[in-house]
Write a protein that binds this ligand. Structure first.
Ligand SMILES: [Zn+2]
Length: 288
């Protein structure tokens, strides 16, 4: 399932391919994956999907992407479990899961971008303006790649739930899923079961830094390919070879050599080191 580093990998590749190009055609083969937010809903679907518009920017917040036109129209992209964007420089046969196909042109060059989503947990949302897109994204927590200690402290204080569950909630912090939650918690030395209201400031400092470091490193390695992820040009990620804990239950911890433990938190498989990832000691007078 694509998380922030995979979404950012897609964003960068898409920006390299289609910025400044004009959408000459948007073909919707599966209308039920597109949501219109136009108040009157009278706009034609291809127009809502940027037909006739020039691509100005590709944005990302958390795991979500958006293509914004020069006139300010935007198409939000949720990748869900299996969503992907594919760039093709020449026409090819379409797959039955290719739900939307854009044809873009720049002088004599033509490119196609395909939204493919076999399991259809993802989808597209059309926004008439950039501010409508911003409103939708404001419902999400701060972007995990740039989150500050102060922001993380604010969003965690007053909540009482296991830290792993908080990290997975996109309304709390946007962009972290099961892989990068486990990776960040191991790097910060925090047990995934620690309750958020037991975290001390020093833990939050460590965690915010670990989240930023893990995500930056994963972006540098083009994300993790587990299953089917690849960027729009078909390039797979290689961060899965650097995972500290995710997918490594029973294998030795890179730090202490003890076998990593697997449990379930927030209904998700969770892998951690029982020795390196401690619970905070809360007895009076003990060092935090
Ligand atoms: Zn360890």
């Amino acid at each position: 399932m694509p998380e922030l580093p995979e979404a950012e990998t897609i964003r960068r590749a898409l920006a390299r391919s289609i910025l400044g190009m004009r959408v000459v055609r948007a073909v919707v083969r599966r209308p039920d994956i597109v949501t219109l937010t136009e108040p009157e809903r009278r706009v034609r679907l291809p127009v809502a999907l940027l037909e006739g518009e020039t691509i100005e920017s590709i944005l990302r917040h958390g795991k979500q992407l958006a293509v914004v036109s020069r006139n300010g129209r935007a198409v939000g992209i949720r990748l869900g479990m299996t969503g992907s964007l594919i760039v093709r420089d020449r026409p090819t046969l379409l797959d039955r899961h290719d739900h939307v196909v854009w044809t873009l042109q720049d002088r004599d060059q033509s490119t196609r971008v395909i939204f493919r989503d076999p399991r259809r947990f993802g989808g597209l949302t059309c926004f008439p303006s950039r501010s409508d897109l911003n409103d939708a994204w404001r419902a999400l927590g701060p972007d995990a790649h740039t989150i500050s200690t102060g922001q993380l402290h604010r969003i965690l204080s007053g909540r009482r739930l296991p830290i792993k569950a908080a990290l997975l909630n996109q309304r709390v912090i946007a962009g972290v899923g099961n892989i990068y939650a486990d990776e960040s918690l191991h790097l910060s030395g925090l047990n995934p079961g620690i309750m958020t209201n037991d975290l001390q400031r020093e833990h939050v400092v460590r965690l915010a830094r670990a989240i930023r470091m893990v995500l930056s490193s994963a972006i540098r390695h083009h994300g993790s390919t587990i299953g089917s992820f690849s960027d729009p040009a078909g390039v797979k990620g290689n961060y899965q070879d650097r995972h500290r804990v995710y997918g490594r239950a029973g294998l030795p911890c890179h730090l202490c050599g003890k076998p990593l433990v697997q449990g379930v938190i927030a209904q998700r498989t969770t892998v951690y080191c029982g020795k390196c990832q401690t619970m905070p000691t809360l007895e009076p007078g003990s060092p935090a």
